[in-house]
Design a protein around this ligand. Structure first.
Ligand code: ZN
Length: 617
């Protein structure tokens, strides 16, 4: 061993007489304990290890200040780098893949340089309710084997995952030792099989085994952090493929939660069953939280249950993640209401707006075609250097202007001496804008329709007359849509000015319409009363009402045709008499009254009836 004076000084004069080999899957905590023990380093003295592993910095599965430890160990370190120390000697890989990259950076900082203050909170152990201080676990079979092979036992990482209650290798329930409370104290692994407490060996269920295997898979996969949108997308895509999709195209989280619960047999036999089932607000709230980008990270237990349900294995999940990482931007298809896509959109926008990047560069990064990037940049009204040679921004504006005036594409192309395909491309790129420019919105369209129909049914009227028929409508269009109004109204101005003398013409025309209608109406044996309102209904009502004094013949005709209530009753009596005669029934006053359906019989009607009877009898 190469030891210089400076290093010896840092070690406070402690010489490591023997450096034990670290075992496969051994916790760093376990190895350090063995180092301390074999070298007789007083564990509780703050002057010895205390300077190396800062006082209070020892969480058995997540030791901190590791860079300092690495320096201190120097050539005696069991691993060649501090990253290996973290990856192979701590439980951090179990948490890491489910932390956001930002959170990961904070944790990594603590593991390398800091003390353990706040580490459990950072990892979400405190808030998640799956236990912030996990006890150390061991398998009696494993301990026996270790002692037989190496002469000593050690703490295995794969036995330390929260919720894992069985040894996958031996199918045996794990035993537990409470973690030490004393500062800087190491918990030695059990030394003898006989020493170990043998709690009554509960039977190991299939579910527990399945869950333990999944945990082991995660730990040995040694994953790096997965950015949250990618992770959510992996879950969401797979959930939708499996049919947990609602009408809006989003993940049906309630159905997913139900199926997951069923898949794990209500978590029976799993540790933290109560915690998994319940939450303050809603059952299995964590399933819903999996799909939100909240700052609070979910515990690996929750992620593993989700991964086990959706992907069966961690490897399948990672395959999906890898697929999304390489192709997400290329196969980018927006889904309504999918919040994670908005983040991708934001990224895309940021790249598009970064003018220091060429279209080619952006296209490469977003895995889009250059044409697409050019199109999207143009939509954002960003200057495009490479395209300017052929179609300048001014050209585009001119093309847009022509198109918005409704000029056909071919004409625009000829007029502005550009290709038809360029005009088509610009039309599709600015489709929204052009539509806004050419098409009125729904409200305006409704008003236009109303005015059009008003004019259509009152072709003879002047603008003023039309305005008087619906002043509000006229005012609204005049205010908001004057150009259009002037476009459809000018003919009318000329027409009206020369039309003042033509009321006689209208008088004639309306009389003709009225005659025709009344004759037709009176022919109907089952008709109702011929009222003034009914007749006006057949004519441009407002015009007639307002201008009746200008149409004397029509006025007379209306007065003549209108049928009074007594007159209508007489019609009904006559009708009833005819009906009774035609059917050969016996005449009586009550029979006529009944057939005519007249409730209030008057002496007048008596006279009327008698007249009819005289005629027909
Ligand atoms: Zn075992």
């Amino acid at each position: 061993m190469r030891k210089n004076a400076a290093r010896l000084g840092r070690r406070n004069g402690i010489r490591l007489a023997y450096v034990p080999e670290i075992q496969p899957d051994e916790l760093l905590h376990s190895w350090l304990g063995r180092v301390a023990k074999t070298n007789c380093i007083p564990l509780l003295s703050p002057n010895s290890w205390g300077e190396t592993l800062r006082s209070g910095s020892i969480i058995p599965d997540l030791p901190t200040d590791l860079l300092n430890l690495m320096n201190w160990l120097s050539d005696d370190s069991p691993y060649s780098s501090v990253q290996q120390l973290i990856d192979l000697g701590t439980m951090y890989p179990y948490h890491r893949s489910f932390l956001s990259p930002e959170r990961h950076a904070e944790v990594q900082e603590k593991l390398l340089h800091g003390d353990c203050t706040g580490l459990k909170t950072l990892l979400g152990r405190v808030a998640n309710g799956f236990g912030a201080n996990p006890n150390l676990n061991y398998c009696t079979e494993c301990v026996s084997e270790q002692i037989k092979t190496n002469g000593h036992s050690y703490w295995c990482r794969q036995h330390q995952m929260p919720g894992v209650k069985v040894c996958v290798k031996h199918h045996r329930p794990l035993q537990t030792l409470a973690t030490p409370r004393a500062v800087g104290e190491f918990l030695y692994p059990p030394v003898e099989a006989s020493w170990m407490c043998n709690s009554p060996s509960a039977s190991v269920t299939q579910m527990q085994m399945r869950f333990a295997r999944l945990n082991n898979e995660l730990l040995s996969a040694n994953l790096t952090p997965i950015d949250v949108p990618t992770r959510i997308r992996a879950y969401a895509d797979e959930a939708k493929i499996k049919g947990y999709i609602n009408r809006n195209g989003n993940v049906d989280k309630a159905a997913l939660a139900n199926a997951l619960l069923h898949h794990y047999d209500n978590f029976s036999g799993l540790a933290f069953r109560e915690r998994l089932l319940s939450s303050r607000s809603m059952p299995l709230a964590w399933v819903h939280a999996m799909f939100t980008r909240s700052a609070k990270s979910q515990h690996p237990i929750c992620h593993l249950l989700m991964i086990g349900f959706l992907f069966t294995s961690v490897a399948n999940f990672m395959e999906k993640v890898a697929g999304i990482r390489t192709s997400s931007t290329a196969s980018y298809t927006p889904t309504v209401g999918d919040s994670l896509l908005t983040e991708m959109e934001e990224l895309e926008q940021a790249l598009l707006k970064d003018l220091s990047l060429s279209c080619r560069e952006v296209a490469k990064r977003l895995q889009l075609s250059i044409t697409t990037v050019v199109s999207r940049r143009r939509q954002l009204r960003l200057p495009i250097s490479s395209r300017r040679k052929t179609v300048s921004i001014d050209d585009i504006e001119r093309i847009k202007q022509s198109l918005s005036l409704g000029t056909p594409v071919a004409e625009v192309a000829v007029a502005l001496s550009t290709s038809v395909s360029t005009v088509y491309r610009i039309r599709s790129e600015f489709a929204d804008e052009l539509e806004r420019a050419t098409e009125p919105n729904a409200k305006v369209q409704k008003d236009r329709d109303a005015l059009r129909s008003l004019i259509g049914t009152n072709r003879e009227l002047s603008i003023n007359e039309i305005r008087s028929m619906n002043p509000a409508l006229y005012a609204r269009i005049y205010r908001n849509d004057r150009e259009w109004m002037q476009e459809i109204m000018p003919r009318r101005k000329a027409y009206v000015s020369s039309d003042r003398a033509n009321w006689a013409l209208r008088d004639d025309k309306f009389c003709g319409i009225l005659d025709k209608f009344v004759l037709e109406f009176l022919r109907n044996k089952n008709r109702g009363q011929l009222t003034y309102a009914l007749m006006l209904n057949q004519l441009p009502e407002a015009t007639v009402r307002n201008n009746l004094h200008k149409m004397p013949r029509l006025n007379i005709l209306l007065q003549a045709y209108v049928e009074s209530k007594p007159a209508y009753s007489r019609f009904r009596v006559r009708n009833a008499v005819n009906a009774l005669r035609n059917s050969g029934s016996k005449f009586s006053k009550s029979a006529v009254q009944r057939t005519a359906g007249i409730k209030n019989w008057t002496p007048e009607l008596d006279a009327c009836l008698n007249r009819h009877l005289e005629i027909i009898l």
